[in-house]
Design a protein around this ligand. Structure first.
Ligand SMILES: Cc1cc2nc3c(=O)[nH]c(=O)nc-3n(C[C@H](O)[C@H](O)[C@H](O)COP(=O)(O)OP(=O)(O)OC[C@H]3O[C@@H](n4cnc5c(N)ncnc54)[C@H](O)[C@@H]3O)c2cc1C
Length: 390
């Protein structure tokens, strides 16, 4: 995990970009077009190198600052947060699991945004890496990849795809060049939101690769533990960013028309606005508790449990509360909450629908939280985070 505290100017620049550039871009371009100019700007701002160690040309930003990128992009436009978030996750994987040669080969280009990576892991209905149908098989001195991945974010524009496949004794990550024979990117998957950045199936049909150079960590390097450690902090950051943007939008709308309303209606609208603001404030608090955990209790005072928040609990709470926030904000805006020239609210709503599902479905996280609670001896001290981010 990165440890360096990013200088405020770097984060300020990304925040400024997200708040000033994305809105006008979306007003001028179709929402379903790949936002190449925005991706290039993010690369210039160093966003793609944020999780790369400095020795490979990256920024080595802290976990907190990486989450703040997710917050700002989630506030601006979720597909960009998805593209950058996936790439950052893969930067961490190459750093942690890559051979020295692979780190030299890839991290520098990844940090500059010249090699943007996508991740092909999920196959519909498969809940454990050991059940994946995609296979990596040795064929003489080479190896081949066969299988189908159900959803790949940025499938069409990624320079490399890390495909997760089972070998005889390990679940491996194969660095795939999607331009080479043996890779088929399917048609764009129809969906209500998360447009702009592509989402498609990818099929591997006897894709030939070098078993040492192209397998993360070398042939036989097993990624199972890393795949099971659900890294869900970024989804919380995105949900809180979106909620803040939605609250801001609703407050601006309501404030503009409030004075013309009868006194009793003004009171009702104030109450609803207060309710909305309170929900968003709790989301922010949950997120802060996740990012800035307090030091362990010394056991002398009862205090709140430590750590006060796990990444799984925060993801479930913030992604579901965001949907409430969006419904309430839309109601406050009346007809304009559903149909208006500025369709930002609708876009946030459509994008937010995916957040409880992606990464790890909220139901899966809730089942594990319940399992942990029922199995843990709560009297023996703080409950550890069972889903640490890797
Ligand atoms: C917009 C979008 C982008 C995506 N991008 C990528 C990507 O870039 N790379 C990638 O690899 N994948 C990606 N995915 C895949 C995504 O991560 C999966 O869809 C998600 O993990 C759910 O898997 P599934 O659809 O197979 O659901 P299933 O595993 O079939 O689960 C469906 C439902 O069954 C129930 N359920 C299943 N298992 C349990 C359990 N253990 N406990 C309790 N309930 C359970 C839950 O209600 C769950 O929501 C993307 C998906 C979407 C929609």
């Amino acid at each position: 995990m990165s440890t360096r505290r990013m200088d405020d100017t770097g984060l300020d620049r990304i925040a400024q970009f997200a708040r000033q550039e994305i809105g006008p871009y979306l007003a001028a371009h179709p929402e379903d077009r790949y936002p190449l100019p925005l991706v290039r700007q993010l690369a210039q701002l160093g966003a793609f190198g944020a999780a790369v160690p400095t020795q490979y040309g990256g920024g080595d930003w802290s976990r907190r600052d990486l989450a703040l990128i997710g917050y700002e992009l989630g506030r601006g436009w979720q597909p960009l947060a998805a593209l950058v978030g996936t790439h950052l996750k893969l930067c961490r994987q190459v750093t942690q699991h890559g051979t020295p040669r692979q780190r030299e080969r890839w991290l520098d280009a990844m940090a500059r945004g010249e090699s943007v990576f996508a991740r092909a892991y999920h196959e519909q209905g498969i809940g454990h890496p050991s059940q994946l149908g995609t296979r990596a098989t040795r064929r003489g001195r080479a190896a081949v990849l066969n299988g189908r991945k159900s959803w790949v974010t940025n499938a069409r524009n990624a320079d490399r795809v890390l495909a997760i496949a089972r070998g005889d004794n390990a679940t491996m990550g194969v660095l795939v060049d999607p331009a080479r024979p043996g890779v088929t990117v399917g048609p764009e998957l129809p969906r209500p939101g998360l447009l702009g950045v592509s989402l498609a199936e990818i099929t591997f049909d006897d894709y030939e690769f070098d078993p040492e150079e192209d397998v993360l960590g070398g042939w036989g390097h097993d990624l199972t533990a890393s795949l099971l450690a659900h890294d869900v902090t970024s989804y919380t950051a995105r949900a809180v960013g979106s909620a803040d943007a939605v609250l801001e939008h609703a407050v601006r709308f309501v404030r503009d028309g409030l004075a013309h309303r009868p006194a009793d209606v003004q009171g009702a609208i104030r109450l609803r606005t207060g309710e909305l603001a309170a929900k968003v404030a709790v989301m922010r608090t949950v997120w802060r508790a996740l990012l800035d955990p307090r030091p362990p209790e010394d056991g002398t005072s009862p205090g709140a449990p430590n750590p006060p928040m796990t990444s799984a609990v925060a993801k479930v709470f913030c992604t579901t509360t965001l949907l409430d926030v969006l419904r309430e904000a839309a109601a406050l805006c009346g007809g304009a909450g559903y149909a208006a020239a500025d369709h930002a609210l609708g876009r946030h709503y459509r994008d937010a629908l995916a957040l409880p599902i992606i990464g790890a479905p909220n139901d899966v996280l809730l089942s594990r939280i319940g399992e942990h609670e029922l199995g843990a001896d709560r009297s023996s001290g703080p409950v550890p985070d069972p889903y640490p981010d890797r």
